[in-house]
Design a binder for this molecule. Structure first.
Ligand code: AHR
Length: 517
């Protein structure tokens, strides 16, 4: 394709469809390998504060404006007894999910102090594997009840008088999976979620409740029919490049082939919620990542040591950045139904931040979150890309991907664009409200010299964003190869022909708004 050929026609309309939930930019931390101990919490480190929180990690995460953090797992949660990890006497236990010693030094009060420092909301995942209903409701009581009851008083004795007011709670984690401690069949799971939801809501009726679901109708429909009236979200997990047993990460084009899968999953999940007559329930991808975590089965020390492979920074390239951005674009486009997502994990392993003894490395995905939380606006706008396709190892995917956002107050339009081509810049033509854009714009580009570029301790900035101010003429914009771009149009709302900042009620859309052609 010559540089003059248009790779995609992009249309954006400035009438907002809905405000999407910023919780789609959430993170997740689990007691797995070096996420908590040696990650966010490291009392022996000179970089830690008096509570053991790594301040460099906190500062880096603060820049991501993390809205919500899920904890303590993950599969860890399905064997976790939270009462071992509050108060002065901490009992070290054997963590049966990951087969390591858990000191319990970092528990509920530490997590809630840490999220408060971060400025994020806390989301607690309960133990529906080996735990009891009483443990679940006692946990809600410990966190949210005013003093005067057993567990609220215990909280006060442990130093926190006021309730924490934890808003988000889930019943279980992946209890559909044979691997999980306390896995259930669909009917037993439906009963368990119903009873857990009832008892937790009796302690605090204001909590927002999630329950583990795999998206498979066989497994999920009984739960939705039984417990649907108590639930606010289904908790769905997706890792598209499965690496648990063999750590052989997909290369750039293999990763691009996965970029069409999140939107397909969203469409299927919406259909599932519609047919179960639970359209009030939102979707939470409360664990997601392109790459599944490496944790080979087996009992030997080698299996546990192999988890270090997750920390290899060379794995996290522009492929991860573009995949993450394509996932977030799909969430924004479907922001009326997808109302939470938690990148898994937030620190170390496959996370956006790699923590080492003397500092942190911001991986490619870190910059995607930073760009999206700081540059995108509050409302989803209709957007359509009529784009060429890209052959991604035999799978045709849209070359260009778009999600458009706007702010009804200021009139600012901010558009996230992806160019998945490994080697070529792509010319796109942008229309706003039907007219070719002729705006001055601020353009932030996350790119790198190669699609396989990555950041590491010795070269922390090979992948990083750059910002320029440009003038768009006749709607023409050139997108750098393998890049994530946010274009903010600077025109005042009154300058926009046809601008209407009334929230549209006619936001009917097809399964996706990106088409190849
Ligand atoms: O591989 C990490 C694990 O992924 C999480 O603990 C679990 O919830 C999911 O299967």
């Amino acid at each position: 394709m010559s540089a003059d050929e248009v790779a995609a026609e992009i249309d954006v309309d400035t009438t907002p469809l809905f405000s999407y939930d910023r919780n789609v930019f959430g993170q997740f931390v689990e007691h797995f390998h070096r996420e908590i101990y040696g990650g966010i919490y490291d009392p022996g480190s000179p970089l830690a504060d008096e509570r053991g929180f790594r301040t460099d990690v906190l500062n880096a995460l603060r820049a991501l404006q993390v809205p919500v953090v899920r904890w303590p797992g993950g599969s860890f949660a399905s064997g976790y007894h939270w009462k071992n990890a509050v108060g002065p006497d901490r009992t070290a236990v054997f963590d049966r999910a990951w087969r390591v010693r858990e000191s319990n030094r970092f528990g509920t009060d530490e997590f809630l102090a840490w999220t408060a420092e971060l400025g994020a909301q806390a989301y607690i995942c309960t133990n529906a594997g080996t735990g009891t209903l009483d443990e679940m409701s006692d946990w809600v009581e410990y966190c949210n009840a005013p003093t005067g009851t057993e567990w609220a008083d215990r909280r006060a004795t442990n130093g926190r008088q006021r309730p924490y007011g934890v808003r988000y709670w889930s019943v279980g984690n992946e209890n559909y999976e044979e691997w999980e401690l306390g896995a259930e069949d669909p009917e037993a799971w439906a009963r368990r979620v119903t009873e857990a939801a009832k008892i937790m809501r009796r302690v605090d009726p204001t909590i927002r409740l999630l329950a583990a679901s795999n998206g498979d109708p066989q497994w999920t429909l009984p739960m939705l029919r039984s417990a649907g009236k108590y639930l606010d979200y289904i908790s769905v997990h997706r890792y598209w490049d499965a690496l648990a047993d063999h750590n052989q990460p997909a290369g750039y084009l293999g990763s691009m082939a996965h970029t069409i899968e999140p939107e397909r999953t969203i469409v299927q999940l919406i259909a599932l919620l519609e047919v179960s007559a639970t359209p009030h329930i939102s979707i939470a991808f409360d664990e997601w990542n392109l790459r599944g975590w490496h944790h080979p089965e087996g009992n030997g020390p080698d299996a546990i040591g192999a988890r270090d492979l997750n920390d290899d920074n060379s794995t996290y390239t522009m492929a991860d950045a573009i995949f993450a951005a394509s996932f977030l674009n799909a969430c924004i486009r479907h922001g009326d139904r997808v109302r939470m997502a938690n990148f898994a994990p937030g620190v170390n392993a496959r996370g956006p931040l790699y923590v080492h003894e003397t500092g942190v490395v911001k991986r490619s995905t870190y910059h995607v979150f930073e760009m999206y939380t700081s540059l995108l606006e509050t409302h989803t706008l209709p957007a359509l890309a009529r784009t060429r396709g890209l052959d991604a190892e035999g799978t045709e995917v849209p070359l260009i991907d778009v999600a458009a956002t706007g702010d009804p107050e200021s009139g600012t339009v901010s558009i996230a664009l992806l160019n998945k081509s490994p080697e070529s810049a792509s010319l796109v033509r942008l229309r706003v409200n039907g007219a070719l854009a002729t705006d001055s714009a601020t353009v932030t580009v996350l790119g790198a010299a190669s699609p396989d570029a990555f950041n590491d301790v010795a070269h922390p900035d090979d992948v990083r964003p750059h910002t320029d101010t440009i003038k768009i003429i006749d709607g023409r914009l050139t997108l750098a190869p393998h890049s994530v771009i946010v274009v903010r149009l600077d025109a005042e709302p009154r300058d926009r022909k046809g601008l209407s900042w009334t929230i549209g009620t006619s936001g009917t859309r097809g399964p996706g708004n990106t088409r190849t052609g």
